[in-house]
Design a binder for this molecule. Structure first.
Ligand SMILES: CC(C)(COP(=O)(O)OP(=O)(O)OC[C@H]1O[C@@H](n2cnc3c(N)ncnc32)[C@H](O)[C@@H]1O)[C@@H](O)C(=O)NCCC(=O)NCCS
Ligand SMILES: Nc1ncnc2c1ncn2[C@@H]1O[C@H](COP(=O)(O)OP(=O)(O)OP(=O)(O)O)[C@@H](O)[C@H]1O
Length: 292
């Protein structure tokens, strides 16, 4: 997706999926991530993970509450070419989506990071991206554009973790074109499927690989660098034991889950990026993924 002047019409490809379809794929990706079990430290079928303020019904309701936001984001990107005007429109829509989420959850941040990542990717696909990497690059260009309408606010948890530990967080991941989605989660997902592992195991292994590499400000905020080490080394160990589909890998996964729940460490950023990978995997691209 090229960054074009303010009023240039969007070079949307004729076959770009509709706003309704893209919103549906985004919500389905969020629901699939939430339902996937057993995820270390995250909300899933079994319970609240490292959180004491959310459970699966709440997370599923939050995903559904974001459907109109994703639809409006897609429509905005269909209408307006990528540029500062669109960036500011997406910022306003994202903030409204955040409010819709908080109204639905009674003030709990269930999907802030996910809305950011998926919102940018939905916009990039609606704006004409023809394959996964193009979508990630388009999202990156949008993320890097200035939004002059950002309201002054208290520093977020992510902001504090960034200042304290020099981690980039959700914004840097987007500006770098989601490397943990395109170079980590998606290849791992496909490798696991090709090896004949079931879909649940493939998704868990993809999540674990992201967890083993990501500098998650969600984890840093709650547990500092020591907490981040626990998450990363724990996930690495599960994979070294053979992953979620083997007996010893599953045992290591359950150990990690115990530790994360005990220490209240939530790998929320990895959950968001798995949802982003599942979204890109669901988009009906005009080209085959192995041709880029
Ligand atoms: C960039 C966002 C996520 C704010 O980030 P910030 O780090 O300041 O906030 P906060 O701590 O509340 O949330 C960050 C969340 O990102 C996720 N995350 C953390 N680390 C990472 C990482 N390395 N990579 C990806 N995601 C991560 C976690 O789930 C975490 O909870 C976003 O909410 C934002 O700025 N929105 C403004 C609206 C907007 O512009 N939207 C446009 C597209 S919809
Ligand atoms: N399955 C999941 N369970 C819980 N969180 C998830 C899941 N998947 C993704 N996340 C992400 O984790 C983040 C929630 O983390 P957290 O609760 O630490 O947020 P916070 O509001 O910054 O912190 P706190 O709850 O400590 O006040 C959300 O932004 C969400 O996108």
């Amino acid at each position: 997706m090229a960054v074009i002047g303010r009023d240039t019409p969007s070079p949307r490809r004729a076959s770009a999926p509709s706003a309704v379809l893209l919103a549906d794929a985004a919500v389905r990706a969020l629901r699939a991530e939430a339902r996937l079990s057993p995820k270390p430290g995250l909300v899933d079928h079994r319970g609240s993970g490292a959180h004491d303020d959310m459970d699966l019904p709440l997370v599923l309701a939050s995903a559904e509450a974001l459907r109109p936001t994703f639809r409006e984001i897609a429509k905005a990107a269909e209408r307006t070419a990528a540029g500062v005007e669109l960036r500011e429109e997406l910022g306003a829509l994202g903030r409204l989506g955040d409010q819709a989420m908080l109204r639905t959850t009674g003030g709990v941040n269930t999907h802030r990071g996910a809305l950011w990542a998926l919102g940018l990717l939905v916009a990039a696909v609606a704006g004409g991206a023809g394959h996964e990497r193009e979508a990630a690059r388009g999202a990156a260009r949008l993320a890097a554009l200035p939004d002059r309408r950002i309201p002054a606010a208290e520093p977020s948890h992510g902001e504090r973790a960034r200042r304290r530990y020099g981690a980039g967080g959700a914004r840097s991941e987007a500006e770098a074109a989601f490397p943990h989605v395109t170079d980590v989660a998606l290849p791992r997902l496909r490798q696991a499927r090709a090896a004949g592992l079931g879909e649940e195991v493939a998704r868990l292994d993809a999540l674990l690989e992201v967890m083993s590499l990501l500098r998650d400000t969600c984890v840093l905020h709650r547990g500092g660098p020591a907490g981040l080490r626990v998450v990363r080394l724990g996930a690495e160990r599960v994979l070294a034991e053979g992953g979620a589909g083997t007996g010893s890998g599953r045992a290591a996964l359950m150990d990690l889950d115990d530790v994360l729940r005990e220490r209240r460490l939530s790998p929320g950023g990895s959950g968001d990026l798995l949802a982003a990978a599942l979204f890109l995997d669901m988009v009906p691209w005009p080209e085959r993924p192995d041709r880029r």
